[in-house]
Design a protein around this ligand. Sequence first.
Ligand code: ADP
Length: 301
Amino acid sequence: MEQKDKKVLCIGLVCLDIISVVDKYPEEDTDSRCVSQRWQRGGNASNSCTVLSLLGSSCAFMGSLCAGPVARSHDPLQCKAPVLLHVRKLHHSLKLLPLMADRRLRSYVVQNVPDVTAEDFSKVELRHFKWIHWEGRNVDEQLKMIQQVARHNAALPWQQRITISVEIEKPREPLYELFAYGDVVFVSKDVARHLGFHTPQSALEGLRCRVKVGAVLICAWAEKGADALAPDGLFIHSDAFPPERLIDTLGAGDTFNAAVIHKLSNGARLEEALTFGCRVAGGKCGFHGYGGIADMVTRQE
Ligand code: ADP
């Protein structure tokens, strides 16, 4: 199979986001009226898969999904991505987690775990993929999966190797092990701030010692755009592309990651990929959900 015909695989969470729009961020133990509410499939890896497919990348998702009505209501098959679905029978553990503290939006994630294991992953036919992206979660298992890919890659000429990308989004110490294993590493501003950095540039300077030689390190920073460390050690910046009206920033990071992966996995240069990531993510902030991305891309072409 030619490299261009292979897919991008995203591994991580699919969940249900229940998004309640309120006039002001609610204080604890108070009731407030919702202006509107919507249910939307969420989870970083699932969102990135949605955006990849809207951008025209052939992609697949791998994650756990419980059996039952909640799972059906956010069936990933609703997205246009071809889906490699890992369905597990498990006891539902229904957790409500506040996800975002934007002034107007509040979202909760209804989550069903467990995560994909290395054993699950060993059943994946790696030859179908040119790029595999991990949303940092169950690190011990994820490192074993990455080792499986490294072994697969070792037997191949570099043009046919699978690119490994990781996202370190949550400020949790165990996730930081992933820095050393990605060919492309996305680190969030939350993690950067947690580690004491106040700008994307200082984060890249401070974190470059954690990534492997020749890796790309990328840090997106909302209205400041995004910065990257290139394999040759140079720093690259893209400004943000704010929409006319800021409507919905939920999933901007997942959109950014997907747009960057879309470009890089099709051979674009890092500068182009970074700018495209900011353009698509900025545009996405101008509408609810992801549906508008396809129109946006068509308009730009
Ligand atoms: P996350 O959703 O993970 O917090 P960020 O806030 O860092 O991610 O945003 C990712 C990308 O989305 C940024 O690099 C930027 O291009 C775009 N973006 C996010 N918020 C805004 C905003 N308010 N204005 C313009 N672009 C934005």
